[in-house]
Design a protein around this ligand. Structure first.
Ligand code: ZN
Length: 511
């Protein structure tokens, strides 16, 4: 027999009722209100199943809303401790019923075996915050999916209603993409684990029905192997297009594979950002001033006590390691030690498509909150020609563009490469493209306790990285730092791929 959605919903509500609710309901419909709780539940369920009048449905709903004012169907299952003691003996089955599928409800009604395991203890699951999703309201706090039987495929259901204000927020929001609102209701699924913050992780065999329609689960490709979880990163599931955008009840049914792992689900009202919007936030809220950048570079260029190599210059590529194109907006992670930047726009776009939030230079975590735009390199990019792919910060506080690697030493000797004093960069911003040549830039700075060798014969440590896998090859790159020392016979040695000293771990970790 096929039941109407309202019937299924009413039955789920009835199963959450207390004895007093059941008695009120049965009495109001002219039925006997005597008997044990189990009898009352059966009687009420049969009544809902057989004579589903609008009047009956209304009574059920009113009683339910009095009992569970927050209107999130799973709340009762989630907070067993909130239920008075005299109810606890039967609470288990009633609370579990809330997460039962309609099929399970029919089995229950037809005398099938009652679910036997207890409600899982309340776990304070914390979900990782996602830069592209700003939570406006919690519609369902993290709630564990409870298996109803030994079947591998489980259905868990919850109901919730939107308030008029939430409906308005969705309706009045701008379009995130054509046809898709920027204020959304999203479903998130994570492991049930109270330790740390949880990343989104779909269970195997996931399917989500919202008001009887299957909704799109992003990035999920069903596997033939049983129990295989979808690969991360899993995303919040936008269920908005299938919701009733009114104050009527919405029903969400999650089909999930029960292969021994525990999952919790939560529903939020969120504002979704585009990478362009995040970029705007970054641009307006997180730019490291050129002055601050200079200080940091100067600190780095003073002697590194951990290293055998006296650093006299730090080379930075102007090419984004992500897209191998010239940096547009140079960006770094505040906690990263390297000066090498990546392109903020590309980085955000990449994370919008596939959120990994990992530094493309050193592979360390790169959360959005720690991203910063490099104000100094931004200026340098404006002041250098398109062909310049690399620059070098020198100990005396200046920087210079580096042309073709093979010409580097000659360039230096001839002093025909303009050297830009760091201190003039701010001023030059006003004057455009021609910063003053610094007459002192070629002499190594004395004082500051710097034991660095003179710039002209020092070792240049290159912090650029073509590929993160190069890190392992740093020692095999033809003698490491030796390749980059100044020698006059550079034209005779076609040093393999620039002979790069790719990544000085010691130097990097020292800062
Ligand atoms: Zn890094």
């Amino acid at each position: 027999m096929k039941m109407a959605a309202e019937q299924v919903e009413a039955m789920n509500m009835v199963k959450a009722f207390r004895v007093s609710d059941l008695q009120t309901l049965l009495a109001s419909m002219g039925r006997s209100k005597s008997g044990l709780k189990q009898d009352l539940v059966m009687r009420a369920l049969k009544m809902v199943q057989s004579e589903c009048s609008p009047e009956l449905l209304k009574s059920v709903r009113q009683l339910y809303e009095t009992r569970f004012p927050k209107s999130a169907g799973w709340l009762a299952a989630r907070r067993p401790e909130a239920v008075p003691v005299n109810y606890s003996s039967s609470m288990g089955s009633a609370a579990r019923s809330l997460t039962q599928s309609s099929q399970g409800a029919s089995d229950y009604l037809n005398g099938g075996s009652l679910p036997k395991q207890a409600v899982a203890p309340l776990a304070e699951v914390k979900l990782v915050s996602l830069p592209f999703y700003h939570t406006l309201e919690t519609l369902l706090p993290p709630t564990e999916l409870i298996a109803q039987n030994n079947e591998k495929l489980q259905d868990s259901q919850c109901i919730f209603e939107l308030t008029q204000s939430q409906v308005d927020q969705i309706r009045n929001s701008t379009e995130h993409r054509p046809g898709i609102k920027s204020v959304q209701v999203v479903l998130r699924i994570v492991y049930t684990d109270s330790i740390g913050v949880q990343e989104d992780q779909y269970p195997p065999n996931i399917a989500v029905r919202v008001n009887q329609s299957f909704c799109h689960v992003p990035g999920y490709y069903p596997s033939n192997k049983p129990g295989v979880e979808p690969r991360r990163p899993c995303r919040p599931i936008n269920i908005t297009p299938w919701l009733h955008l009114s104050t009527t009840t919405n029903r969400v049914t999650i089909t999930w594979g029960n292969f021994g792992k525990r999952y919790s689900v939560a529903i939020y009202l969120v504002r979704v950002f585009t990478s362009a919007e995040l970029f705007n936030q970054l641009k307006h809220g997180s730019v490291e001033s050129a002055e601050r950048c200079r200080e940091r570079i100067q600190d780095k260029l003073r002697f590194d006590p951990e290293s055998e190599i006296a650093t006299t210059g730090l080379r930075v590529s102007l090419i984004c390691p992500l897209v191998k194109m010239r940096l547009g907006v140079p960006c770094r992670v505040l906690t990263c030690a390297h000066l090498q930047c990546f392109d903020a726009v590309f980085f955000l776009q990449m994370n919008e498509k596939k959120p990994t939030w990992t530094c493309p230079v050193c592979d360390k975590p790169a959360p959005f909150e720690l991203l910063t735009i490099d104000g100094l390199l931004s200026e340098i990019l404006k002041q250098t020609e398109e062909e310049v792919e690399e620059i070098e910060y020198l100990t005396d506080g200046s920087w210079r563009p580096i042309g073709d690697e093979r010409d580097k030493d000659k360039d230096r000797e001839r002093s025909n490469t303009p050297v830009y004093p760091l201190v003039d960069i701010c001023a030059s911003e006003v004057n455009g493209h021609s910063p003053a040549h610094s007459s002192t830039s070629q002499s190594a700075k004395s004082g500051s306790g710097s034991a660095a060798a003179p710039a002209a014969s020092g070792v240049v440590v290159d912090l650029t990285l073509d590929d993160s896998s190069d890190e392992e090859n740093a020692n095999g790159g033809g003698g490491g730092g030796a390749d980059t020392t100044d020698t006059d016979d550079s034209q005779g040695s076609p040093s393999p791929k620039r002979g790069r000293y790719n990544y000085d771990k010691d130097l990097v970790t020292a800062y």
